[in-house]
Design a protein. Structure first.
Length: 100
């Protein structure tokens, strides 16, 4: 692993960011700390990944994102159902109170 510090053309410090592109999934790189990734990649921190990893990781990331989205939808749906249940009980109590 490349442990030496890299400096951008501006002479400022660099930071390590992670690439999430399909070509370089989860590969870390140096970029300017002041300007971020918009300034560009100074150098790669990690060596290139094997071709099989480049094929497999994007699919795994897509699957993970889909599962997280489905889990979030279920959580939102459960919250909505709890609210509806609370409102229905409140309605039942109010109606019952006016009847007697």
């Amino acid at each position: 692993m490349n442990m030496e510090v890299r400096f951008p053309n501006c002479g400022g410090p660099s930071i390590i960011q992670t690439s999430w592109t399909s070509i370089n999934p989860a590969r870390r790189f140096y970029c300017c700390a002041k300007r971020g990734i918009n300034y560009g990649i100074i150098d790669w921190y990690d060596p290139p990944m094997c071709p099989r990893s480049v094929q497999v990781i994007p699919g795994l990331l897509r699957s993970m994102n889909e599962l997280q989205g489905a889990a979030q939808q279920r959580t939102d749906q459960a919250k909505k159902m709890k609210k509806m249940l609370s409102l229905s009980w409140l309605f039942f109590i109010v109606v019952f109170a006016f009847m007697y």
